[in-house]
Design a protein around this ligand. Structure first.
Ligand SMILES: [Mg+2]
Length: 384
């Protein structure tokens, strides 16, 4: 096997070979883009190794900072692209950046959902079970003067915006008929209407208990209603020659303006890799999936752990994070004391460690592709 194993430098984990007898005592967590897929195309070795793990009932889940569509839609696409006809991956095994927000449902009924293409994330939020989903376009429809520079077309407002009589968003400062408070702001995906979203988010954070059109007098680091960002990625890459702004850029803008208004730093929650909260949630879901494989649980009954609560008594002797991005996948995995496997099929390029010695190194090593990395982990632990 052609592997280039680099010496881990500042990683807190060390690869001590374990003699694991049960295939269900080891688990794998895969990043998607650059590990299983390259853009919209499959990485061939990914198909082999996913089938290999599924056949042996070795637990694995997928963990991505991407989002903007339902878990079902993305998993259908992955199964089709990877040609996983025999052992399709279950949607329960997929964690997108916004998936952990489903744990907020019991206490967040009426939510403002920001970001995402078209009006797609409305469907995502409703699929999680949020009772009352408000989108920025609904607010613009209720009162366009709230952000007169909005770029929504009349057709978009007509097709995507819900009527104020349904949303109870009569955002009229003079003659407010029915204007129900919003419980929280959830930034699901990269903003497509950054001006409107910035204004509405800051309005709500500084409102009286989440009622649009009001302004609290108190200046506090605690906002009127909570805000959650699905990830902290500052940049992303597309066909353009320079990286483009992502969710992290919106977050910086929100934090900066909030501090300008309040003189204090905004209290907020950020999900996604490499945050611990994201790995805690993934760990719970991996345990859940193991229970499904052992016949102790049926699919479609995911647990709803409290965010930031780590599982107690994990049944896993070893869990590996497999990723292509040292900054998110590997940093997060190392900080969480999981084994880490870096692959060369995505963001990481040969020579990156020499160029930037500060970036996180994987505990197991750098491998040509996901299949080689996983097989090395299974061999090391006596399972292959
Ligand atoms: Mg990736």
């Amino acid at each position: 096997m052609s592997t280039t194993t680099v010496q881990p430098l500042s990683t807190p984990v060390e690869e001590i070979p374990l003699n694991i007898e049960s295939p269900q005592d080891i688990g794998f967590v895969f990043d998607i883009d650059g590990v299983l897929l390259k853009g919209k195309k499959r990485i061939e070795e990914a198909t082999d190794i996913i089938n290999y793990l599924s056949e042996r009932k070795i637990p694995f889940i997928l963990l991505t900072n991407g989002g903007g569509m339902t878990e079902k839609k993305r998993i259908d696409f992955i199964n089709k692209t990877l040609q996983l006809d025999k052992y399709p991956i279950n949607e329960d095994q997929l964690i997108q950046a916004h998936t952990p927000m489903r744990t907020l449902i019991p206490h967040h009924k009426r939510v403002l959902i920001c970001g995402g293409p078209k009006d797609d994330v409305r469907e995502v939020a409703e699929s999680y079970g949020f009772e009352d989903v408000i989108r920025p376009i609904d607010i613009i429809k209720a009162n366009p003067t709230i952000w007169p520079y909005h770029m929504f077309s009349d057709e978009q407002i007509e097709n995507w915006g819900k009527d104020p009589s349904i949303t109870k968003l009569d955002v009229d400062m003079v003659n407010c008929k029915e204007n129900l408070p919003i419980d929280s702001i959830l930034c699901f995906n990269d903003s497509r209407a950054i001006g409107a979203e910035l204004q509405l988010i800051l309005d709500l954070l500084n409102s009286e208990n989440g009622v649009l059109g009001t302004r609290r007098t108190e200046k506090s680091s605690k906002p009127s209603i909570p805000i959650v960002f699905s990830n902290n990625d500052f940049l992303w890459s597309n066909e353009y020659k320079q990286p483009r702004f992502a969710m992290g850029a919106l977050k910086i803008a929100v934090l900066t303006i909030y501090e300008k208004i309040n003189g204090k730093k905004l209290e907020q929650l950020t999900l996604g890799k490499p945050e611990k909260v994201c790995y805690d949630y993934a760990h719970h879901i991996l345990i859940d999936w193991r229970n499904v494989l052992l016949g102790k649980k049926s699919p479609g009954n995911l647990c709803l752990p409290k965010l930031n609560d780590a599982p107690v008594n994990s049944p896993f002797k070893k869990v590996y994070m497999v990723g292509d991005n040292p900054e998110s996948d590997i940093t997060g995995g190392n900080n969480y004391n999981w084994g880490t496997i870096l692959v060369k099929t995505g963001v990481y390029q040969e020579g990156d460690f020499e160029l930037n010695p500060e970036i996180s190194r994987p505990s197991l090593g750098v491998f040509a592709n996901v299949k080689e990395g996983v097989m090395a982990a299974l061999k090391l632990n006596g399972l292959a």
